[in-house]
Design a protein. Sequence first.
Length: 168
Amino acid sequence: MERSDGPELRWSVHMARREPRKAGYVVLAAVVAGIFGVVLIESVWMFPMGVAVILVSTADFLLPVRFEVSARGARRRCGLSVSAIGWESVRRVAVGEDGVKLSPLERRTRLAPFRGVFLQADGNRQEILDAISYWRNQHAADVGKAAHGGAEKRDDREAGGSNQEAPP
């Protein structure tokens, strides 16, 4: 049963606007990569390829990233990339300085940085935590009923480190 009468948050974070100098360096690096492609491979088609590789790999920095916390779960969108997790799949919440990671994994593993959804805070970390707490409590009976099965809801841990995961 989907409950939709609680807090729904929507916000976006655009790092390139916050740090335009770094955005300029990224664009410069993309052009240099394109030039290297032309010089090393001796094909003009390598210029757009080199530029595209750098720009696509830095899309999270260059493009606005949109976040949503609602009755359905949490969602992160950047360009064509969409990451989402339903409340029934959330096993662990890792809270860090920059935001909150919702993980489908019961404990930290080598796969943890690649699984789940990281919600980057924009001065709204407490609002994010409040919404997550509300929706996790509303869906507590659903935890473990995701298609992949799983375990009980676990206690939350403080996060740290560059991979946005809690220390072991």
